[in-house]
Every structure is written in C-alpha cells, then in structure tokens.
Design a protein around this ligand. Sequence first.
Ligand code: GLY
Length: 391
Amino acid sequence: MKFILIILLSCLALGSDAQTPDAIPAQKVIKLAELQYQAYIEKYTNSNQYPRSTNPDGSLYTTGSGQWTSGFFPGSLWYLYRITNKTQWRQAAEKWTQGIESQKSNTSTHDLGFMLYNSFGNGLKLTNNQTYKNILLQGANSLATRFHPEVGAIKSWDFGSYSYPVIVDNLMNLEYLFWAAKASGNAAFYKIAEAHANTDLKDRFRADNSSYHVLDYDPVAGIVLRKLTAQGYANSSCWARGQAWGIYGYTVLYRETKNIKYLEQAKKAADYFLSQTDKIADHIPYWDFQAPDIPSAPRDASSAAIAASALIELSKYAGTNNPYLSKAAQLINSLCSDKYLAKAGANNYFLLMHSTGNMPSKSEVDVPEVYADYYLLEAIWRYQNYATLSF
Ligand code: GLY
C-alpha cells in the first residue's frame, strides 16, 4: 500500500508529461517555444532578417535570406503551428517564409533544401498553398543545376581550395529532390538524388562508420581525390554534426527509395554516433567526437537534436527491439535539462544553448543555433506522434 502511494505521488510530482505516453517533457519545450517566439516577433519585426545565433558580444546574430540557415526560423514557426494549431503561428510562419522566395533562383549554393524546403516545404504540407509549390519547384531546378553526371553528385561549395567538394550536409537536400520528383512528375529529380546518394555511400564512411565531412572529387574522372574535414578537428576525426546529418540523410534515403542499403548505412551511422554519446555522461556530443580537449571541449547540442529527430524516424524502419527510439528520448531529455534548455526571455529567444557552428574558424562556438531549435521541435513532434507517424 505504502509502495503504491509512493508511485502515485511520484507521478503527480513529475507533472502531466509523466502521465502521457511521452517520456519526454514535450509541453515544457512547446511552452518555451511559444514564449520565446512571441517575444522575438514582437521585438524584431523585420521578417527579411533571419535569426541564426548569438554574436561574441552576446547580441543577436541575424542574416539575410541567402545564408544556409535562413529557412530554420520559418520552419520552426511552421512546426509550432503544426503542434499548437494556433493561427498566430501560421501567420508568423507565412510572414517569415515569404522573404526566402528570392532563393528559388540561387544556383550558387547546395543549401536550398535547408533554405526553401524547411520554409516553403513545411508551409506547403500544412496549408497546401500552391504558390509555395511553384516556388519550390523553381528552387529544385536551381539545385539540380549543381549536379554533374561525371561525378554523380551535387557540388556543395563554390569556394575553398577544392576541385569538386561534396559535404555530408548535402545529403539533407535529397528529400527536397524526392519531393520535386513526385510534385512535378519529373523523374530526373529522383535520379539525381539517387545518384548523389550512391556516390556518397561509396566514399563517405570509414570502416568504423564514422564519416568524413568533405569528399573532394576529380570533376572529370569522377574519382574521389581527398577525404577531408572543414568543420571538424582533423581529416581523421568525426565531426559530430556531420555524423548526425549522415544518420538523418540515409534514413530519409531509405524512406524515399526503400533501398535496404541506405537503411543499413543509417543504422551503422547511428550506431557509431551512439557508441560515442554513450561515453558522455549527459549524452550530448562534443563538437567533434575526437576533439583533443575532451571533456572540456565545447558541446554541439545541434548535433544531438538532429540525431534525435533522425533516430525517431529510423526506429520506425529498424525492426523490433531496436534501441533508436529510447536513445532519441535520452537525447531529448538531456537537451531539455537546465544545462541546455534556455529560460524564457533569455538566450536571444532561442530554445537551446551550447551548440558549435564552426570550431576551426572559431566561429559560433558554444552558442545557440537556430537549426538546433528546429530539429528539437521536429523531434518533439515526431516523438509525440510516433504511433501514427507518416512522412
Ligand atoms: N551545413 C553547415 C553546418 O552544418 O554547419
């Protein structure tokens, strides 16, 4: 009797989240997101400026629509609308989405998936606004111009001393191309995405399934010349966010193609990630899994948020008794602790603290990052709706 009473009292003390099927504090994050985003849009009314991070002096770091991060704030607003069904979030999402339209004709970056699909793509799914569809299809055409059949991959960067760089982040654009194939009926988008994936799969991973950040190809012969890092610690180390992009990318590839080789790679990439985060008390990655100053190296909360969201989807495909859903919950719970989740009114109105953008350049180190918040909200929504989840 005394034992039952203790259990009942513990459940009450944990609050409503403990009584739902959730093992994550979803309501705490949603409440925080509503407070932060309300305060943000009241204070910063220029919807052509997109929140990205925090400057070294603590002030808000915003960008124009042409930066790779521009789509994450509108995307987060769309997620808040999807989660709460409140018109105010739809209106805010529409307002911050509109300014990204100019990027539909940008052929100088591979990041159009982040920019256009997270903003207009989420908007289309939630509103069926056909104007968004047309903008997205133009953007997909722009992205496709960066594919070269000799290499069999979309070129990532037009800068730096590379011949033909293809970075792991580029996998995150493929979902956009799969969507474009379905929406337009043009199979060329599908073929580009599949060819890119097969090129990536051939060269991206080491024997232990850790990933290289940058693959540099010979654009004529189509062979890989060098395997490097740009944002990681060393060419031989594993950049934590890159590994999370890999898990996410190969999980989406399996969803869209049903080709088991992509599922196998997603699982192997996830297993490597988890083998590293299992060594860390709070499971949140250091910015690079082989950073030289572990355990005092800066963390990358964004890597944990991206991986958590991907692991939830992966757990749907990975068969019975797979660990990925509970590992996602572990990451989310850690992100929602006081160490990582901001207090309302603080953190320049971002949700998560302690991400690292580009450590080798000493840029955006141990700061909030808008993309960490986007994937946290996505993970929360996926976890809450796990039983009925379809993509
Ligand atoms: N796509 C750039 C990054 O992950 O930092």
